[in-house]
Design a protein around this ligand. Structure first.
Ligand SMILES: NC(=O)c1ccc[n+]([C@@H]2O[C@H](COP(=O)([O-])OP(=O)(O)OC[C@H]3O[C@@H](n4cnc5c(N)ncnc54)[C@H](O)[C@@H]3O)[C@@H](O)[C@H]2O)c1
Length: 371
């Protein structure tokens, strides 16, 4: 199969779909790999790095789309890319169709086979191609929070680790899943005084075990949340209710309880946020202040560390990508349920039930197509 990747053109997206190492793996499986000139530069890869692994460089996105059978990307296609697709071409990327009717309808018209990273699901319900981005966002949340606690950035001027003889900064983490656990690791590493809240007793038990007495765990109740808000320097919103908008755990009136210059990092902003006063911000303009509390609500946090996030993304997408390339979409879906769960669009038909339902469009049963 011919596999290709192009420069990401979404605002402030610096990752790239294929690393030179991934290109090498596809080539070792007997495929050809085509890269748009300069596509990897912002993620730390030169054209020559791909060429050394056997990849071929093409001048424009038009050249890549015209040449290949399978496009491997990071973000959903942008309007200028819609006309470039060929019928039957495989698109392997984050798609997030459920929130975007226009994109879905445009991609249906192209007749592509669209496999979305975010809906690929393991039997235990976990999402392997989303996990590394949550890990990165969790770790970044503390790094960013620590920065915005500095006076010059609007914060109250607290060093999270304190110094001998001076109290450590207090961090509260709402939600102890992938984001929350990674935030916790970083905050503990910086020497902060960390409390993590979750509604799952099993999760709190697990966190208590792995952090071995270095953190406090609390049930996430309105009372406990109010208590931690009063005393925290940094609060990280990391909750997720699968398939739903994030619950609003911090309300506008709660901000008055907080210390002036405290920082809220709402990582759950991409699901609407778990803080009532959240609205999505960008890396260019990441924060705003309400009632003296600094809000950091960047919706694509991993975008600011493209070198790390490209490598992390490739490490999880490559094994499935190789199966798709080796077997074709139909056989790969028949033989691997994770890939089957990822298939959202098949030659004009929407084959992912939740997407069809969310957008009010016709759903086609995938099994009938795979027969
Ligand atoms: N902003 C970004 O760049 C970015 C990047 C990656 C992930 N995210 C988002 O971060 C959020 C968390 O992702 P995750 O991978 O950690 O999810 P996860 O499913 O691993 O963890 C979510 C946790 O929230 C807990 N939870 C649910 N309701 C709660 C409540 N009322 N109080 C306290 N805890 C509660 C769950 O029990 C679970 O442990 C998601 O919305 C995800 O989309 C954002």
């Amino acid at each position: 199969m011919k596999i290709g990747t192009v420069t990401e053109i979404k605002n402030h997206e610096y990752r790239v779909g294929l690393t030179p190492s991934s290109a090498k793996s596809y080539i070792a499986h007997g495929h050809e790999v085509y890269i748009q000139k300069g596509a990897g530069i912002e993620a730390g890869y030169l054209d020559i790095d791909y060429v050394k692994e056997g990849g071929q460089i093409l001048e424009t996105p038009q050249d890549v789309f015209a040449e290949v059978d399978m496009i491997v990307k990071v973000k959903e296609p942008q309007p200028s890319e819609y006309p470039l697709f060929k019928k039957g071409q495989i698109l392997y990327t984050y798609l997030h169709l459920a929130a975007d009717l226009e994109l879905t309808q445009e991609l249906r018209k192209t007749g592509i086979k669209g496999i979305a990273y975010e809906t690929m699901e393991l039997p235990d319900g976990s999402l392997p191609c989303l996990k590394p981005m949550s890990e990165i966002a969790g770790r970044l949340s503390v790094q960013e929070g620590a920065k915005y606690l500095e006076k010059a950035f609007g914060g109250r001027g607290v060093l999270l680790g304190g110094v001998p003889g001076v109290r450590r900064g207090k961090v509260a983490i709402l939600g102890g899943g992938v984001v929350g656990t990674n935030a916790c690791k970083m905050a503990v590493g910086l020497g902060a005084d960390v409390t993590i809240l979750d509604i799952s007793a099993r999760r709190l038990e697990y966190l208590d075990d792995i952090f071995d007495g270095k953190i406090s765990t609390l049930y996430s109740t309105p009372h406990n949340i109010e208590e931690v808000l009063k005393e925290s320097d940094l609060v990280i919103g990391a909750v997720l209710v699968h398939g739903a908008k994030a619950p609003k755990l911090v309300r506008r009136e709660h901000l008055k309880l907080m210390k002036p210059g405290a920082v809220l990092v709402d990582v759950a902003v991409d699901q609407g946020g778990c803080i009532e006063t959240t609205h999505p911000t960008t890396h260019e303009n990441p924060t705003f202040i309400i009632d003296g509390v600094v809000h950091y609500c960047v919706a694509n946090m991993p975008g600011s560390v493209p070198v790390t996030s490209t490598e992390a993304l490739n490490s999880v997408t490559l094994p499935y990508g190789l199966q798709i390339a080796d077997k074709g979409v139909v056989k790969a879906c028949r033989e691997n349920d994770v890939i089957k769960k990822g298939l959202n669009l098949y030659e004009g038909k929407c084959v992912y039930h939740e997407v069809a339902e969310a957008l009010g469009i016709e759903y086609t049963d995938l099994d009938s197509l795979l027969k």
